[in-house]
Design a protein. Structure first.
Length: 228
């Protein structure tokens, strides 16, 4: 009889959030990207809010270098920071340019309540906590987007005339997947020395930020802003 493969810590994390991620994949905003039916103005609002999000999200990678113990780990975080600011945010700048959103408008965009709550949660937990806490906060962002991109690429059919081809291609790409995979591997390494109590804290961060991911899609779809 073959021995079943040992479960990694991130398998456990993924299993716990599967219902949330499934709802995320089926969210009308994500489905609208897939079939191209999402109105350009809605996509533009998402691009602007996501740009604000990424400005803060990128700071987590800088914090990652501060909390790293060796130059190889520092170098990975520095690549993640560079890719986010230059490759991923270039996509946002390009889409905004095409939609007619001026660079000044993009730079001046203010975070919606959900956006603010999500980034403040991650920045706070990452500043106060360990490197493992930092990665467990940031991981649903990278991992769930790669899953979504991969699924959409498989399900969308021809992307030749599709309005959101570049978005799908970026998040489905091997390059993006490799960055998410590095974070997964790193978290599994760090988890090996943790007590069950410490693992439960990591699990909580992963669950909370997975919920925020869903709420972010919901926010850009329905346009939830400040009530007054
Ligand atoms: C809200 C959100 N989550 C994740 C990603 C992928 N970096 C993103 N761009 N925006």
């Amino acid at each position: 009889m073959t021995k079943s493969k040992e479960e990694r810590f991130t398998d456990r994390l993924h299993r716990n959030v599967e219902p949330i991620w499934m709802h995320t994949h089926l969210h009308p905003f994500v489905q609208g990207i897939k079939d191209g039916s999402l109105p350009k103005e809605r996509f533009g609002y998402y691009m602007k809010q996501d740009y604000v999000f990424l400005k803060d999200y990128a700071k987590l990678f800088a914090l990652g270098t501060i909390k790293s113990k060796d130059t190889e780990t520092m170098s990975w975080f520095s690549s993640l920071l560079h890719e986010t600011l230059n490759t991923e945010m270039d996509l946002h700048r390009e889409y905004c340019h095409e939609i007619g959103i001026e660079p000044e408008e993009l730079e001046a965009e203010q975070a919606s309540p959900i956006n603010l709550a999500y980034t403040r949660y991650m920045l706070n937990a990452s500043q106060q906590g360990t490197l493992a806490e930092l990665i467990s906060c940031m991981l649903p962002c990278m991992w769930s987007y790669h899953e979504i991109g991969t699924l959409l690429k498989r399900e969308a059919g021809s992307l030749a005339e599709h309005p959101y081809t570049r978005w799908i291609e970026m998040y489905a790409s091997e390059e993006f997947g490799a960055l998410a995979q590095w974070l997964i591997n790193e978290l599994n390494k760090l988890a090996k020395d943790k007590t069950e109590q410490e693992l439960a804290v990591l699990e909580e961060h992963f669950l909370t930020t997975s919920r925020f991911e869903f709420m972010f899609w919901d926010m850009v779809y329905y346009g939830h802003g400040w009530p007054v």
